[in-house]
Design a protein around this ligand. Sequence first.
Ligand SMILES: *Cc1c(COP(=O)(O)O)cnc(C)c1O
Length: 233
Amino acid sequence: MCEPLKIEMSLTERLQEVRASIPEDVTLVAVSKTHPAEMIREAYDAGQRVFGENRPQELREKYTLLPHDIAWHMIGHLQTNKVKYIAPFVALVHSVDSDRLLAVIDREAARNGRIIDVLFEIHVAVEETKSGWEPDELRKYLAEGTWRGYGNVRIRGLMAVASQTDDDGRIRAEFTTVRELFLELREAYFGADFDTLSMGMTHDYPIAVECGATMVRIGSRIFGARDYTNTNK
Ligand SMILES: *Cc1c(COP(=O)(O)O)cnc(C)c1O
């Protein structure tokens, strides 16, 4: 009998394929949410050191189980009362969406004798449920200046999630909006420290890279489909 071969790529091979598909100076955040520590370990053994998670307790648990030279990124919506779980070790919080959250990260960072790197999440997608700052809202907030008093956070750039759509033109337009806002704010407020533009996921990262992403967050293309036991994606 003659039929096509179905050869499953290993996690290591998928990781290498993704790595090879993005420029060397773009940071790959391997989004390991919902996947067990053993799979992260496999990616780690293949050389990956930056992982992204979206639930503080899950992040903390994986931190305790895995080697401590991993840079753990918090990429999901973060409630202020959960910052304490990750403040001792988190390398970058992508999802700062309010002054209140930034203030709590600053306080918890100080408590741990740390300076925590953060990104502002920008809302550009059409879906109403996605969190983040509207560009004008963030401009107003930065002009007002409260953030200047937070000595234990370092604002490194912007993060965005584009619309869930097959319309590449729309995705490109959204990433371009974020890119332009990034350049504007870097020039107006932050300078060289503001060097991180986190955008692009499995279905849209090639477009994000074209639009200037310095960091992409890729989950399912590396780890396979996620099995959600509840709806908190
Ligand atoms: C889950 C998630 C990703 C990764 O999504 P994939 O489509 O699996 O690559 C990236 N960014 C954020 C904010 C996420 O929540």
